[in-house]
Design a protein around this ligand. Structure first.
Ligand code: 6XA
Ligand code: ZN
Length: 342
């Protein structure tokens, strides 16, 4: 299997985030991708290639244009206020406030275009975000070109980013852009299988009223876990999209047996939908030692996930999302890919 990777992700580093009442270095850090890259080399999964540059015409079909226009302006505007360090929001338009008026100030605009303070940006962030988008589309091109599967080693990740908001380390929804691109290339139906520990609220929001993309999420119950405000089982889609969104919320402490039962059910629904291609939002923060998560999957479980996905017998694009047990992320993420290939 080929991997697409860009070292430009390295510019997105030194970010801070708010965790348990303290501003700390963000868990989403550059070494995550380095560990995956060296594990890919260790197991000789296949060639690692550079992305080619893509414009944002496909991204504009899943994101709002004003949001895409805003992203590259964040850090220049932050600096224009005489600041450095991490650009972060601190106020959001909740119930009772105006969510329809874009404030002029950068602090207000950051709140308008986000849902949390997990989206720190620094000088090199925009270039990294752009490269992550290019990585996803280049890997999608490999699958479109006839490869059975490809791996987009995206950083930053994407599944929390919605049509007009960022959150949870995510800015452009790489998996959603790739899914849209497959449709634009002639696919009739695409399934997104999100195996990250966290609910992919952005992906759900983007495709919620559509029937051409089936979105299936296995994740920690939002009653207990971030992102808290989406991801319940009764969210099944709206209008045309009714029945094409599937959520499997699972309680803290979930281990392989019950996680796998959800996967089996989701894979059966996916097979019924009969998509032309599968996009896997590949998070490995379901791992027992993940520092911000509370599931109990082991290193031995990840190849089984890959093997089950392979059994679907469909062209498959893997898009990297979360995973913060940095020393193990390589073995676990690549374990899914080798499991797929075996
Ligand atoms: C809150 C936790 C962000 C989770 C990001 C993630 N700071 N999403 O891994 O999949
Ligand atoms: Zn996650």
């Amino acid at each position: 299997m080929k991997t697409v990777y860009s070292p430009r992700h390295l510019g997105h580093s030194g970010n801070m985030e708010l965790v348990a009442g303290a501003i700390v270095p963000a868990f989403e850090m550059p070494s995550r991708a380095d560990f995956i890259l060296s594990r890919l080399d260790e197991v000789k999964l296949g060639p690692v290639i550079d992305p080619t540059e893509h414009d944002f015409s496909t991204a504009a079909r899943v994101h709002r244009q004003d949001y895409l226009d805003f992203l590259p302006t964040v850090y220049p505007r932050w600096k224009a206020e005489g600041r450095d360090g991490t650009a972060l929001p601190f106020t959001w338009p909740t119930r009772g406030l105006r969510g329809d008026v874009l404030p002029e100030s950068i602090d207000g605009a950051l709140g308008y275009y986000s849902f949390d303070a997990g989206i720190g940006m620094v000088e090199g962030s925009w270039d990294a975000i752009k490269s992550s988008h290019d990585v996803a589309l280049t890997a999608a091109g490999l699958v479109q070109g006839g490869e059975r599967a490809a791996y987009a080693l995206c950083r930053p990740p994407g599944h929390h980013a919605g049509a007009a908001f960022m959150g949870g380390y995510c800015f452009i929804n790489n998996a959603a852009v790739a899914a849209q691109w497959f449709l634009d290339q002639g696919a009739k139906r695409v399934s997104i299988l999100d195996v990250d520990y966290h609910h992919g609220n952005g992906t759900q929001e983007i495709f919620y009223a559509r029937s051409d993309v089936q979105v299936i999420n296995f994740h920690a119950d939002p009653m207990q876990e971030y992102p808290y405000f989406l991801g319940h089982a009764d969210e099944t889609g709206a209008g045309e999209g009714e029945g094409f969104n599937l959520n499997y919320p699972l309680r803290w402490g979930t281990s392989w047996e019950s996680w796998n039962a959800a996967l089996e059910d989701g894979c059966a629904k996916l097979a019924d939908y009969a998509p032309d291609v599968v996009v896997v939002s590949l998070g490995v923060d379901t791992f027992e030692k993940d520092p911000i998560s509370k599931f109990k999957l082991t290193t031995e479980d990840f190849p089984k996930i890959g093997a089950r996905i392979a059994k679907l017998g469909l062209p498959t694009l893997f898009v990297q999302e979360g995973g913060y047990a940095v020393a193990d992320i390589g073995v676990n993420a690549v374990g899914v890919l080798t499991g797929f290939e075996s």
